[in-house]
Design a protein around this ligand. Structure first.
Ligand code: G3H
Ligand code: 13P
Ligand code: ZN
Length: 306
C-alpha cells in the first residue's frame, strides 16, 4: 500500500493515547528489522533517515526503503530526521519521503519560525507533513555535542506561539532527554509536568527525541564482547510510558539499534573467528535489532494498533 504521512499515523496515536516509534535506518538489515517488528506486533511505524543516513546510502537506500515500506501490511511513513535546511527537506520530498523534520531549534525563535513556515508551505503543497522543534536537546546531534547544561527545555507558551505561527503538524520538545548513549548520570530526569503543560495547550502530536533506553543488558554484552562504552544511560521505560500518557505520540530511537547491531556483530566475530559470510555476521544483528524494536513497540503501546 502507499506510504502513510507522519500525520496520518501520529494523529491516531495522540487521539488513541499510544506512542509510535520512529526508528533510524541506514541499510537493509536495519530496515528489515524495523518492518519485521512492525508486522509482527501490528504496529504503525515511522522509518527515519537522517541527513547523515542520506549521505551514506543515497537514493538507492531511499528507493529500497520506499519499496520495502510499500510492501508492508501496516502503515509505514518515511521520515527525514533533523532536516537542517529548506533545500534538504525539499530534496527529501522529491525523493518520496512522506514526512520531514525541519530542525532550526538552535536558531533564534524568529528564524526558526520563518524557516519552518517555508518548509511547511512547500511540504503541505506536496501532501507531506512536517515536524518542527523548539527548545534544545543535549547530547550528540549531527556530530555536534551539545552539553547537558546548554540544553534548553521547551517553554509551553513559546511552543504554542511557534505552532500557531508555523502551521507545523507535530512538535519535538525538549523535556530532559538527549541524543546518544550517555544521557546523564543515573536515571535522567524527565520533566513530565512540562510535557503535560505543553500538551494542554497543543492538541497535535508531540515528539520525544533522544528516547533510547540504552538497556544495561546490551551495554554489558557490548563491553563483554570487547566494546568500550562507558557511563552509558538511557530513558527509563516508565518515563516513556508516562510521557505517552500525557501527549507524546512519536518516540525516536536510534542508539538502541546501533547498540544491538554492534553487540551482535561483536559476538559473532568473537565466537566464530572463522566466519566471513556477511549474512552470518549481519543476520544475527538483524535478529537482535528486531527483538529490541519489538520490546519498544510493546512499551509505546503501538502493538496491535495497525
Ligand atoms: O538524532 C540523531 C540520530 O541519531 C541520527 O544520527 O545523524 O548520525 O545519522 P546521525
Ligand atoms: P537516541 O539517540 O536516544 O536513540 O535518539 C535518536 C533520535 O532522537 C533521532 O532523532
Ligand atoms: Zn533526534
Amino acid at each position: 500500500m502507499p506510504l502513510a504521512t507522519g500525520l496520518d499515523i501520529l494523529q491516531a496515536a495522540r487521539a488513541g493515547g499510544y506512542g509510535v516509534g520512529a526508528f533510524n535506518t541506514n541499510n537493509m538489515e536495519i530496515t528489515q528489522a524495523i518492518l519485521e517488528a512492525s508486522e509482527a506486533t501490528r504496529s504503525p511505524v515511522l522509518v527515519a533517515v537522517s541527513e547523515g543516513g542520506l549521505k551514506y546510502g543515497g537514493k538507492p537506500l531511499i528507493d529500497m526503503v520506499l519499496a520495502m515500506g510499500r510492501e508492508a501490511s501496516v502503515p509505514v511513513c518515511l521520515h527525514l530526521d533533523h532536516g537542517s535546511s529548506f533545500e534538504s527537506c525539499l530534496r527529501a520530498i522529491r525523493m518520496g519521503f512522506t514526512s520531514v523534520m525541519i530542525d532550526k531549534s538552535h536558531e533564534d525563535e524568529d528564524v526558526n519560525v520563518a524557516e519552518t513556515k517555508r518548509v511547511v508551505d512547500a511540504a503541505h503543497a506536496a501532501g507531506v507533513t512536517v515536524e518542527a522543534e523548539i527548545g534544545r536537546l543535549g547530547g550528540v546531534e549531527e556530530h555536534v555535542v551539545v552539553a547537558q547544561e546548554d540544553a534548553i527545555l521547551t517553554k509551553p507558551d513559546e511552543a504554542e506561539r511557534f505552532m500557531r505561527a508555523t502551521g507545523a503538524d507535530y512538535l519535538a520538545i525538549a523535556c530532559g532527554t538527549s541524543h546518544g548513549a550517555n544521557k546523564g548520570k543515573g536515571r535522567p530526569y524527565i520533566d513530565h509536568k512540562r510535557i503535560r503543560e505543553i500538551a494542554a495547550l497543543l492538541p497535535m502530536p508531540l515528539v520525544m527525541h533522544g528516547a533510547s533506553g540504552v538497556p544495561s543488558a546490551l551495554v554489558e554484552r557490548l563491553n563483554a564482547a570487547g566494546g568500550q562504552l562507558a557511563d552509558a544511560s538511557g530513558i527509563h521505560e516508565d518515563d516513556v510510558r508516562e510521557a505517552v500518557k500525557h501527549g507524546i505520540a512519536k518516540i525516536n530511537t536510534d542508539t538502541d539499534l546501533r547498540l544491538a547491531l554492534t553487540v551482535a556483530v561483536r559476538e559473532v566475530l568473537a565466537s566464530k573467528p572463522k566466519e566471513f559470510d556477511p549474512r552470518k555476521i549481519l543476520g544475527p544483528a538483524r535478529d537482535l535489532m528486531r527483538e529490541v524494536i519489538t520490546e519498544r513497540m510493546q512499551v509505546f503501546a503501538s502493538a496491535g494498533k495497525a
